[in-house]
Design a protein around this ligand. Structure first.
Ligand code: ARG
Length: 462
């Protein structure tokens, strides 16, 4: 079988080289973008008088047929045609004859694959934004539902100070809010058309790249430089970097869900739909979905690093190395969207166990800071107050009691400044309510965050 570019070649390529160079097995997924790009290009060629309206109409009709075959899974793919771009072009010529051969006027596969990838990344950024939005909605809804539930906040994985469960959940909301902003920002740079750059230097045909860009909805217009246009993969790397950071956040949340569903913590119970059993240990209910989200962060980092390594040191302009961007990108898209979806489902259905959380917040001397703060408010320098509270904790450990269970007389041994009002401020709820500083865990501050979070989501959905 002859190649579309076979003119210069005396023999057909060996099958090993054909298989090795082909991107068709994976770049098939770009067929919608490829057809959209071709439609816009052909329409522009007609407007510019480069193609006759008859040829333009035949191409448009032919592309409809090709799209129908691809949609209906009847498209005759041929690996010899290397990639989705040449498969579609070959099929177009088969279906409509010589007019099909005019489609590629003033275009190269280099700007063609670039425009397809821009369209694809732009669409998948939107999909990721929608996925983030759903997960943020869930976090916010659960934060609203669990207002008032108290658990220990941790530092160094040691019980530190009591916090509201809503405060804990909202911390993730804000991480994802920054992630969404990052995606929106890199979307702007993906939203620029490379079409018209042709192979690398532009074309001698009187094309109008701004017109094809407008037809494809590129709000950022066209690239300033044709060599940059065909060899820029920054927008892919930016999307993949944003994805890596989202996965970092999801893996932290997933990791906490794994921890919280242990018997030792038992702060939550995963819904059966998001857990699995063991093939040998009947008692097990494993938080597999959360372990996998945590684990899949690794492959998203790997994809990012792989593409950085590919692009590094690459001379201008297009090089076949760029074909290696696809699998890494596609795998990141699939992994990210699947993780966002499973996280939203798992978080929407997980049950908190407020009694376990409160019990944990009641034991473990979480009031030590509040005792020190109390003494400091009564005039003791904080550093000394810290020492007094530390001695009180040591006494409690020896006596096997909680700070809040000390009598006024016992407290008085440590400092004459402590009276019964010290004991009230050592209750978990009082400790939470006291932390009214901006962004703190006190209920009014958490309510303020919830209102602000609602406002942000509403602004984004506009
Ligand atoms: N299959 C190629 C890719 O994915 C398309 C561009 C190829 N251009 C070329 N001159 N070989 O990057």
């Amino acid at each position: 079988m002859t190649k579309l570019w076979g003119g210069r070649f005396s023999a057909a390529g060996g099958t090993k080289a054909v298989k090795f160079t082909a991107s068709l097995p994976f770049d098939q997924r770009l067929w919608r973008e490829d057809i959209a790009g071709s439609r816009a290009h052909a329409a522009m060629l007609v407007e510019q008088g480069i193609l006759t309206p008859e040829d333009g109409a035949a191409i448009a009709h032919g592309l409809d047929q090709v799209a129908a075959e691809l949609e209906g899974d009847t498209f005759p793919f041929r690996i010899e045609d290397e990639d989705i771009h040449m498969n579609i072009e070959r099929r177009l010529v088969e279906l409509i004859g010589p007019a099909g051969g005019r489609l590629h006027t003033g275009r190269s596969r280099n700007d063609q694959v670039a425009v397809d990838t821009h369209l694809y990344v732009r669409r998948e950024i939107d999909a990721a934004l929608a996925g983030l939005n759903r997960l943020q909605e869930v976090l916010l809804a659960r934060a609203e539902e669990y207002q008032g539930v108290i658990l220990p906040g941790y530092t160094h994985m040691q019980r530190a100070q009591p916090v509201l469960l809503s405060q804990h959940l909202l911390a993730y909301f804000w991480m994802l809010e920054r992630d969404a902003a990052r995606l929106e920002d890199c979307r702007r740079r993906a939203d620029v058309s490379p079409l018209g750059a042709a192979a690398l230097a532009g074309t001698s045909f009187p094309i109008d790249p701004a017109a094809s860009a407008a037809k494809l909805g590129f709000s950022g217009g066209v690239y300033q430089n044709s060599m940059d246009a065909v060899s820029d993969r920054d927008y892919v790397l930016e999307y993949m970097s944003a994805a890596a950071l989202i996965m970092t956040h999801l893996s932290r949340l997933a990791g906490e869900m794994v921890l919280w569903s242990t018997q030792e913590f038992a702060f939550v119970e995963m819904d059966d739909a998001y857990a699995t059993g063991s093939s040998i240990m009947p008692q097990k209910k494993n938080p597999d979905t959360m372990e996998l989200v945590r684990g899949k962060a690794g492959r998203v980092y790997g994809n990012l690093l792989a593409l950085f390594a590919t692009v590094k040191g690459m001379p201008l302009a297009y090089n076949s190395d760029f074909q290696e961007d696809k699998e890494a990108l596609f795998d990141t898209v699939d992994t990210l969207l699947a993780c966002l979806e499973v996280m939203a489902g798992a978080l929407a259905t997980v049950k908190a166990r407020p009694e376990r959380m409160l019990a944990a917040a009641t034991e473990g001397y979480l009031g030590a800071t509040d005792l020190a703060d109390y003494l400091a408010r009564r005039g003791l320098p904080f550093r000394e107050a810290h020492g007094v509270a530390g001695r009180a904790v040591r006494y409690c450990i020896e006596q096997g009691k909680n700070l809040a269970d000390l009598s006024v007389a016992e407290l008085g041994q440590f400092s004459p400044l402590a009276d019964e009002s010290a004991l009230t401020c050592l209750q978990p709820r009082a400790m939470v309510e006291a932390r009214r500083s901006s962004g703190g865990t006190a209920p009014p501050e958490v309510e303020r965050q919830i209102a602000e979070a609602r406002r942000r989501l509403a602004a984004r959905s506009r």
